[in-house]
Structures are given as structure tokens and as C-alpha cells.
Design a binder for this molecule. Structure first.
Ligand SMILES: [Zn+2]
Ligand SMILES: [Zn+2]
Ligand SMILES: [Zn+2]
Ligand SMILES: [Zn+2]
Ligand SMILES: [Zn+2]
Ligand SMILES: [Zn+2]
Length: 213
């Protein structure tokens, strides 16, 4: 280990890293520091996985977990003030609020919510609500990347990049499943349908149903 100069054997280190990856725990502290209960343990970097001969899938898993800890920069559409949000705070808040000018907007469709009077906003106007040119889509509740609705496996579920691993609802914008946390999108997608604040139109159109059997 470079930062703390601890020596750990390859096998133990491999097992230690695999255990963290399998349990979606990040960052990965030096195992010797962990045993000693160091207040500031050194952390294992991306390069260590290459040295230890981890597979590409395992390195991808590491990158995905690392991505979750990165702050997400969000610019206010009114005053262009930039603020950093954590993934957790973005997932928890449908409304984004600028701390500089108090402007409020929707996390999912970026609609101006200043005059909404605090009522619950639903990104309702699916057809007209096109952002970024002509492609219908939504901003990811985890990383604010714009995801076009065509990249999802059906109308309702959107899937962000493989590094982000977020599956979310096109209609309400909420997170459905976070792959980095080991959540199962197919199972949770069904569960989400029961609680989605943007209920399907009366009668339920076929396009609302998941077509994966
Ligand atoms: Zn050992
Ligand atoms: Zn150490
Ligand atoms: Zn602002
Ligand atoms: Zn919206
Ligand atoms: Zn994302
Ligand atoms: Zn929903």
C-alpha cells in the first residue's frame, strides 16, 4: 500500500477487494489499516485492481461504485450558479433549488417551478415535454445526465450509462433501481408501478406495461 506502507499478501488483498465489490462497499480501505482501526485509512485505487489481475467486469464494478461517490455539479438555469450535489441528495429531491437566486426547477425535466405554488409537479406532458432538441427524455436522478427515452427497455423505464447504473421512471423521474447497490431493476420496476405518483391514464395503455417477460 503506497500511502500507509502496509504490506498485505496478494490473496488477502484480492479477497478483501472482492468482498467489498460484492457487498457494494466503497471506498475500499487498506485491510491492514482496517484491522488497526486507523482513523484515516489509506484507500485502494483503481490501479490496484489492474496490478492484482482483476477481470474487466470487476474493474467496471469498481468504477461504478467510485462514480456514486463523485459530487454532481448542477448549474442553475437562471443565474448559472454552480453547486455540487451528492447522488443521495439528488435522488431524494424532485425539486432542485438554487441557493444563490432561490430559483426552483424540476430535477427530471428541468421545468421552471417558481410559480408552481409548492404543489406536486408531475412531468405530465410527455409529448410536448421535449428537452435538448427533439428527443424526449429525462435527466437522471443520480447524475443529471440526459437520458433519451429510446435507450430504455420500454416507455417507462429509463436506463442511465453503465457507469452510473441508475434505472429510473420516465413519468415521475424517481429512481427505480441502482445497479451499484445491487438492486434488481425488473423486480423494482414492478414495485415502482404500484407507488408511482404519475399514475397511468385511466384504462391503462399497453405502452405502460413492461414488455420483458
Ligand atoms: Zn494474507
Ligand atoms: Zn494500510
Ligand atoms: Zn440561481
Ligand atoms: Zn418535471
Ligand atoms: Zn445517471
Ligand atoms: Zn414513476
Amino acid at each position: 500500500m503506497e500511502a500507509c506502507a502496509h504490506k498485505v499478501c496478494r490473496d488477502c488483498l484480492r479477497r478483501h477487494i472482492l468482498d467489498h465489490l460484492e457487498n457494494h462497499r466503497f471506498p475500499i480501505p487498506c485491510p491492514a489499516c482496517t484491522l488497526l482501526n486507523r482513523i484515516r485509512p489509506s484507500y485502494l485505487g483503481h490501479g490496484m485492481l489492474g496490478i492484482l489481475g482483476f477481470s474487466e467486469a470487476e474493474v467496471d464494478k469498481y468504477d461504478m461504485l467510485e462514480f456514486q461517490t463523485q459530487p454532481v455539479p448542477v448549474s442553475c438555469p437562471k443565474c448559472t450558479n454552480r453547486e455540487s450535489h451528492t447522488r443521495n441528495s439528488l435522488v431524494a429531491n424532485r425539486r432542485l433549488r438554487c441557493s444563490s437566486c432561490s430559483h426552483e426547477w424540476c430535477r427530471s425535466c428541468h421545468k421552471d417551478l417558481d410559480n408552481s405554488g409548492g404543489s406536486i409537479h408531475v412531468c405530465r406532458d410527455y409529448k410536448r415535454d421535449k428537452v435538448l432538441g427533439k428527443r424526449p427524455g429525462r435527466f437522471c436522478p443520480g447524475c443529471q445526465t440526459f437520458v433519451s427515452s429510446k435507450s430504455g427497455h420500454n416507455n417507462r423505464d429509463l436506463e442511465c450509462s453503465s457507469t452510473c447504473g441508475m434505472h429510473f421512471c420516465y413519468k415521475c423521474g424517481d429512481a427505480i433501481a441502482d445497479l451499484a447497490k445491487g438492486e434488481n431493476p425488473d423486480r423494482l420496476s414492478f414495485a415502482h408501478l404500484q407507488t408511482c405518483i404519475a399514475q397511468p391514464e385511466a384504462g391503462g395503455s399497453k405502452t405502460d406495461k413492461c414488455n420483458i417477460q
